[in-house]
Design a protein around this ligand. Structure first.
Ligand code: B12
Length: 304
């Protein structure tokens, strides 16, 4: 296990296994003393490496002081047995698949592999066949407690790099320039998941619709005001958590209460067609492709 001194340089040395005051549970006192000493500048503790309370305290300290990037060492130490191992970062990108790169949170690899895949595959087969399943797997691991938040964040960041490569490619390959209609997109209040919404945005723009992207964690009031002010006829809402479905329902309620005449389409992994209908949405979109069909239906084929 790497100790603190590697990052901070050798400055303060102290043997830290002798605090007992004649009390029971000497290990606890020693570990607490070690933590206090580390917090006060100790960076070369001399300790018994066979006492896990001590080495655990160092591991926790390194996380809390930002010395363990992405908490990788801590996770490797404490993740339950059988948790997926992170592939070595040093391996060349060619030896990985895109799902592997996303799951391991390797941004550069995700970019490179996606660029290569785009030479032979269409963007949506990459999104639906590789990126979403990889994120689903990470989400499942997170739910089961075999993967942890830093890994979720890293996987999200890597997938966003891949989506960005896809977005640029789609933007470069055309899309109708004229606006066939304006659409609001927003992830509802309390929810920061926006990868899905951003894919929907790219697709709609590619089909020639103009998207007013209000971002994520957007209060209902902002969505209603924008829809009314900009006279928008189609509003798309995204929610990824059971807890934020309430915000989605509230946003729909406020849009209806405003009297503004618009259609509402909703999407996000936790949603079902039935739930969407119960909330009063006009359309449920299982995936981004469906959003383009809905938009065509609402605006018709002619330019607006
Ligand atoms: C990536 C991710 C994150 C990233 C998000 C990064 C970002 N910028 O979006 C980070 C790490 C930040 C994150 C944070 C959290 N997350 Co999270 N996350 C995920 C994960 C793994 C993938 C989501 C995703 O992007 N999928 C890929 C996209 C492309 O799919 P999608 O969003 O469904 O979109 C498609 C369709 O649904 C549809 N669509 C989506 N929206 C819309 C909208 C419209 C208008 C239309 C037409 C279509 C449409 O089109 C899209 C493309 O086809 C999911 C697991 C999962 N399987 O979904 C968990 C998950 C959603 N997260 C979860 C949780 C709990 C959290 C946290 C609370 C964790 C924590 N303890 O802090 C926080 C939430 C903070 C907050 N307040 O929002 C849970 C939610 C559980 C639940 N049922 O409520 C999940 C399900 C993981 C799990 N299984 O436990 N997360």
């Amino acid at each position: 296990m790497r100790l603190v001194r590697e990052e901070l340089g050798l400055q303060t040395v102290l043997g830290v296994s002798n605090i007992s005051f004649g009390l029971p549970n000497r290990e606890l006192l020693n570990a607490a003393f070690l933590s206090a000493a580390l917090a006060n500048g100790l960076n070369f503790p001399i300790l018994n490496p066979n006492v896990s309370a001590m080495t655990d305290a160092v591991a926790a300290f390194r996380v809390l002081h930002g010395l363990d990037k992405g908490a990788a060492d801590y996770i490797a130490r404490f993740a339950p047995k059988g948790a997926p191992a992170t592939p070595p970062k040093a391996a060349p990108a060619e030896s990985r698949t895109l799902p592997e790169a996303v799951k391991a949170g390797l941004k550069e690899d995700a970019r490179e592999i996606t660029a290569r895949l785009l030479e032979t595959q269409d963007p949506f087969s990459i999104i639906d066949g590789m990126l979403i399943p990889a994120l689903d797997e990470v989400g499942d691991g997170f739910e089961k407690g075999t993967l942890f938040l830093p890994q979720l964040l890293n996987a999200a960041a890597a997938s966003q790099e891949a989506f960005e490569v896809i977005r640029r490619k789609m933007a470069a390959s055309g899309g109708a320039p004229a606006s066939r209609g304006r659409i609001i997109l927003a992830t509802v209040k309390g929810d920061v998941h926006d990868i899905g919404k951003n894919i929907v945005k790219v697709l709609l723009e590619n089909y020639g619709f103009q998207v007013l992207d209000l971002g994520r964690d957007v209060p209902p009031e902002t969505i209603v005001q924008t829809a009314v002010r900009e006279k928008v006829r189609l509003v798309g809402l995204s929610a990824l958590m059971t807890t934020t479905l309430k915000s989605m329902a509230e946003t729909i309620r406020q849009l209806r209460a405003s009297g503004h005449d618009c259609k509402i389409m909703v999407g996000g992994a936790v949603l079902t067609e039935q739930f969407a209908a119960e909330m009063g949405a006009d359309y449920y979109a299982k995936d981004a492709k469906r959003s383009a069909d809905i938009a065509k239906e609402v605006f018709g084929e002619e330019e607006k």
